[in-house]
Design a binder for this molecule. Sequence first.
Ligand code: PBE
Length: 291
Amino acid sequence: MKKLLALVATLTLVFSLAACGGGDDGEFAENPEIVGIESGAGIMAATNTAIEEYGLEMELLTSSGPAMVAALGDAIENEEWIVVTGWSPHYKFAKYDLKYLEDPEGVYGDIENLHTIARSGLRSDDPDLVTFLENFYMSTDELGGLMGDIADSDDDTLAVARAWAADNEDVWSEWMPEGFDGDGATLEVPYVNWAEGVAMTHLVQALLIDEANYSVELTMADAGPIFSGVSDGTKDFFLDAWLPVTHESYEETYGDDYEDLGFNFEGARIGLVVPTYVDIDSIAELNDYVN
Ligand code: PBE
């Protein structure tokens, strides 16, 4: 079902891009769009700001992470110019030759970190779980490897995460508190369909089920409902909070009502991304190439 929805989203996107006229000779098609993702993403708000700040004559298309990658793959196959809302860590950089456009106005902020946030009562209810979550940390190579495995496999994501865990016990064994045992408790864990969060969340799900005797209910949702769910205590934790920049507005709204357990990944970044053959370096140059 998920695949079907992704396919429908992709086809919709491909048709709407095709409707733009498809330019391929060193510039954008007529009325080009910036291929975006889900509307609740911080990068969408930042891109609307970029459109204003740079006076871009481009519309921002709402889409999804997977559909954005599909559109990118399609354009690259035909060597067409395309610009997408992009971020790292993300497996698209391993799959394609891509670059960030420079952002002289600093709209997309600086390097930031991914944080784990937990509902306020989790620490007192289950201190070992909070210790595990505080220890949970992935390097660029580790997360890149896991994301790549998921992107390259047709298997169920949990199965791929389990296989990665089996090959990387040295990475996660240090995260486990002594005698860690959830005693069959059920955890409610939300995630957004963003590659890094999908990867981290399924790995944590695999470990909590297989190594610590929890039951873990994953739900895919938009960022807004997730922040609100962790703050009102209906969700237990979220691994993919981008701070201090991308999710700043969520932090402002909800930050007093959840506990920030610190970062689990360092050196994240958002921006506008193009294939390397797109012959410009800066967001400020985009308008020069729009018909
Ligand atoms: N992202 C990936 C998210 C955070 C994780 C950059 C697409 C966002 O823009 O909100």
